[in-house]
Design a protein around this ligand. Structure first.
Ligand SMILES: [Zn+2]
Length: 344
């Protein structure tokens, strides 16, 4: 299968590889699945496979493959939400950006065989942008392949979805992530820990292996998950306010924080149900075991559900402050500390 060399999701990658080798890939794809499981990396691999001249593309070592990997290849472009340069406004992918894409794809490839346009995150196209995009999707030039990368395909218009071939990506088994990390030079012991912490997301594991700062952020988020439950409501509302302010500049950080909170409380429930072996945050087993005694399982389960809903709501652009305040009302409350045992 050439050098697709990604961690996990082999069924999706096989489907893409055989579409490339058949010589008739779809004109437009949707790569759908959770964050950080390899959708964007697969889109780049697809671009490499379509443009690499090796016998079994992508070879990952020719100039074409390397330049695509470094985002320096003229015929491969990623369209994304433009960073807000100042102020809090979160922008969508605009009609103007889609018009630029239209103008570019009308031109023959400049240096490769196919122009590949990746739109990521595709669900951030405004409805106007999606409608503008429809026209191009209906009659794409023959030298163009579109890849719409999304963690929330439901937010794409049905008319957009129906014109794309959908490839589903899923969470990846910890054993596969572990093997993939070792393969790339991570020490075995660290690979085992990171693979568990990654909660199915090889993208997170690879980044954590390369950037220890990510682990520090995770530690912070877990500490916050713990202390939140010990605060009074006023304290929690303060936390909501801070998160909401962060959200306006940096959505990914807030989503990652909520993902870490989710992993924390999931570990608590696993421990409460006697499945402590399956926890993700192995390095915090002692705290998790202690906290499992302190919270009511029904409340914890309800909060896990609330965290999931909040992440969805934030993605769907509901007002962040309202969603986060509502979340704070559902934080589990610690039971009264038990009196010391009589015989001590
Ligand atoms: Zn190549």
């Amino acid at each position: 299968m050439g050098g697709w060399r990604l961690i996990g999701n082999s069924r999706a990658l096989n489907a893409l590889a055989s579409a490339v080798s058949s010589g008739s890939p779809a004109r437009s794809y949707i790569f759908a699945g959770p964050e950080r499981v390899g959708k964007a990396a697969a889109a780049l691999r697809l671009a490499q496979a379509l443009n690499c001249a090796a016998d079994d593309p992508p070879c990952l070592s020719c100039q074409t493959c390397r330049r695509i990997g470094e985002a320096k290849f003229a015929d491969v472009q990623t369209v994304t939400v433009e960073a807000a340069t100042d102020g809090p406004a979160h922008k969508a992918i605009s009609v103007e950006q889609i018009r630029d894409v239209e103008a570019t794809v009308a031109l023959a490839p400049y240096e490769g065989r196919k122009r590949v346009v990746v739109i990521d995150p595709a669900e951030e196209m405004s409805p106007g942008a999606q409608n503008a995009f429809l026209k191009t999707l209906e009659e794409p030039p023959p030298h163009v392949v579109f890849v719409l990368v999304t963690a929330d395909a439901d937010r794409l218009l049905e008319t957009v979805r129906s014109r794309c071939r959908r490839i589903d990506f899923g969470l990846v088994a910890a054993t596969e992530i572990e093997a993939g990390l070792i393969d790339r030079g991570t020490a075995a012991e660290q690979a085992a820990v990171l693979a568990r912490l990654a909660a199915g997301r090889p993208g997170w594991a690879l980044e954590a292996a390369a950037r220890p700062a990510l682990l520090a952020k995770r530690d912070e988020a877990l500490d916050a998950a713990r202390s939140l439950a010990e605060m009074d409501l006023a304290g929690r509302i303060d936390v909501a306010e801070k998160l909401s302010a962060t959200f306006k500049r940096d959505r990914a950080t807030v989503d990652e924080t909520l993902a870490q909170w989710l992993s924390w409380w999931r570990d608590i429930v696993l421990t409460q149900s006697g499945a402590g072996d399956a926890i993700a945050n192995l390095d915090r087993r002692d705290q998790i075991t202690a906290d499992a005694e302190r919270y009511d399982r029904g409340q914890v389960t309800a909060f896990i559900q609330a965290l999931r809903e909040t992440r969805q709501h934030l993605r769907a652009n509901v007002q962040s402050r309202i969603a986060l305040d509502a979340l704070m009302l559902r934080v589990p409350t610690m039971r009264q500390k038990r009196a010391p045992a009589a015989n001590t």
